[in-house]
Design a protein around this ligand. Structure first.
Ligand code: PGA
Length: 252
């Protein structure tokens, strides 16, 4: 059985005061009891990782951990402004997002670069969360499966068996930050397509890999999404900024 994994992505939001309040509120809520066998994490901006690491350690809930939103494709050296996977590991990160659509669009990240980043994350003993998803135009022209298959194929080519230690996040671009969530069935169909594609490579890998859904997940649609057989959790943007909403999604 794949565990349900729910990861918050604060994107470029937060402050020392807001983060402290958020972690304390979520910890207090989670201490009241959470559904068994799930994992939760929050991906904070780089400058706040040390703070959030300490706050999360202070609350010492085994199922709550820290993540980062990006990583360098290089190990170390003269790469001004980059952050190495080993640094994220030292900050106690467990998960690292790679290839979020905002990075693909705004920073021209390619599938090849994203696979290199995923390798760095794996080599440092963390779990990459590899984000894929089609645009509105691509879906409207009926090419959504082809587009996502293309993105996944590049990851399979580079990562091979190591994909078993990754998570995939299906995030249709038209659903991110728009309030226009994919219906549970639309999301399930794509998750199924991804799993079948992985099975073409290796049945074991396909059954191990958690596939999270992201894009306008809210407390009122999370239950239906997470009930789908190939949806193994969620990547939560906007709704993760409000600790009460995040808690409600984690309890869904
Ligand atoms: P959203 O973002 O929940 O605000 O749609 C999801 C994401 O970008 O990971």
């Amino acid at each position: 059985m794949r565990p349900l994994i729910i990861i918050g992505n604060w994107k470029m939001n937060g402050s020392l005061a807001v983060n402290a309040d958020w972690v304390k509120t979520v910890c207090r809520g989670m201490e009241q009891g959470m559904p068994a066998g799930r994992q939760y994490a929050v991906c904070a901006p780089f400058p706040y990782l040390a703070q959030c690491s300490q706050l999360i350690q202070d609350c010492s809930l085994a199922f709550l951990s820290l993540g980062a939103q990006d990583v360098s494709a290089f190990e170390s050296g003269a790469y001004t402004g980059e952050v190495a996977a080993s640094m994220l590991k030292e900050m106690t990160c467990k998960y690292v997002l790679v290839g979020h659509s905002e990075r693909r669009q705004l920073h021209q990240e390619t599938d090849e670069l994203i696979a290199e980043k995923a390798l760095q994350v794996l080599d440092s003993g963390m779990t990459p969360v590899i984000c894929v998803g089609e645009s509105a135009d691509e879906r409207n022209s009926g090419r959504e499966v082809e587009v996502v298959r293309g993105q996944i194929a590049k990851q399979v080519a580079v990562l091979q068996d190591r994909l078993a230690d990754c998570l995939i996040a299906y995030e249709p671009i038209w659903a991110i930050g728009t309030g226009q969530v994919a219906s549970a069935q639309v999301a399930q169909d794509m998750h199924r397509a991804i799993r079948l594609q992985l099975a073409e490579f290796d049945g074991d890998v396909a059954s191990h890999v958690g596939i999270l859904y992201g894009g306008s997940v809210k407390p009122d649609n999370a239950v239906e999404l997470f009930a789908m057989p190939d949806i193994d959790g969620g990547l939560i943007g906007g709704a993760s900024l409000n600790p009460q909403d995040f808690l409600a999604i984690c309890q869904a």
